[in-house]
Design a protein. Structure first.
Length: 110
């Protein structure tokens, strides 16, 4: 009976290793936020410099709030189909708060 149990465990480990082959995982030591939350922060920053209501799309992945990191987001004015690239620089001086600086390209994306 003992041999069958060890064999079953070994086969289970082989099956698990085969299932996980090719998979990768990563962890961030930085706080992350959802793209929707980050986009909201970008919209607020843009509204401080313009009367237009911007629409922002920063993708679908969680965003690590690492000081100095840059995130590319698509920006357009609500109601228009012209999309501009923007570079959003993260300023995270603590683990609880962050701010952004947004630079929108002068020319629309082609």
């Amino acid at each position: 009976m003992q041999i069958k149990h060890v064999t079953g465990v070994a086969l289970g480990a082989v099956a698990l290793a085969t299932t996980l082959a090719g998979c990768s995982a990563s962890a961030s030591v930085y706080r992350t936020v959802s793209p929707e939350s980050f986009e909201s922060t970008v919209v607020k920053a843009l509204q401080k410099t313009s009367d237009a209501t911007p629409e922002v799309d920063c993708g679908d992945e969680q965003i690590a709030l690492k000081d100095g990191d840059q995130v590319h987001c698509d920006v357009n004015a609500k109601g228009y189909d012209v999309i501009y690239d923007s570079v959003v620089t993260i300023s995270a001086k603590s683990t609880k708060t962050y701010s952004v600086h947004v630079e929108v390209d002068e020319q629309p994306k082609s």
